[in-house]
Design a protein around this ligand. Structure first.
Ligand code: ADP
Length: 192
């Protein structure tokens, strides 16, 4: 039978008691000691600039070797690799949409990135994951809109998976990005 009272399913301790465990910090994602970090990659998965370049530099050349075996990744999809020299346990590579004005399915693709990365975390027994601001760098997605889509997708994921025990961190690289995700998170916590 369908469980209706999410509160009854909560584990008894710590941060995992929250059904919606999301925080926003200003950080270099490559330094974070979490189970999984998400990479905002491109379709080739063979490295790029921005956060992708930083992750590959910090992980070392073995990450690129493994990525070569994956034969790329479609926009909105997500693939898991090892973390090599990074402090996390795994890297989830997802490919955000390039912003083309908003009429080319960009919002849906971005939501798919967050949803598919979260699903991969749960499927692989992760308890913590850090995301960068997917698509809002070189790919040009407006950060306020990206933050709002991202936090809506995370909230929907927690509503569907109240027992997942996953702690989600957004690792914003600058103040403006941090503020955008904080506002979007507040919006989910206290919808008007
Ligand atoms: P995309 O191509 O998906 O737009 P980018 O890497 O260009 O990806 O940018 C995505 C976001 O990641 C931007 O906000 C950028 O400032 C940020 N970023 C770049 N390096 C890091 C890092 N080391 N840790 C966290 N975020 C980063």
């Amino acid at each position: 039978m369908e469980q209706t009272n999410a509160g009854d399913m909560r584990p008894p301790n710590g941060a995992a008691t929250q059904d919606f465990d999301v925080s926003v910090i200003k950080a270099d994602i490559t330094k974070l000691n979490v189970d999984m970090i998400v990479n905002a990659a491109n379709n080739t998965l063979l490295g790029g600039g921005g956060v992708d370049g930083a992750i590959h530099r910090a992980a070392g050349p073995k990450l690129l070797e493994e990525c070569r075996t994956l034969h790329g990744c479609k926009t909105g999809e997500a693939k898991l690799t090892g973390a090599y020299d990074l402090p996390c346990r795994g890297v989830i590579h997802t490919v955000g949409p390039v912003w083309r004005g908003g009429g080319s399915g960009e919002a849906e693709s971005l939501a798919d990135c967050w949803q598919n990365a979260l699903a991969l975390c749960v499927a692989n027994g992760a308890h913590s994951v850090a995301f960068p601001s997917i698509s809002t760098g070189v790919f040009g997605f407006p950060v306020e809109l990206a933050a709002s889509i991202a936090m809506e997708t995370v909230a929907a994921f927690f509503r569907r998976n109240p027992q997942c025990g996953l702690s989600v961190t957004v690792a914003a690289f600058d103040e403006r990005t941090k503020a955008a995700y904080e506002r979007a998170l507040q919006q989910q916590l206290q919808p008007e």
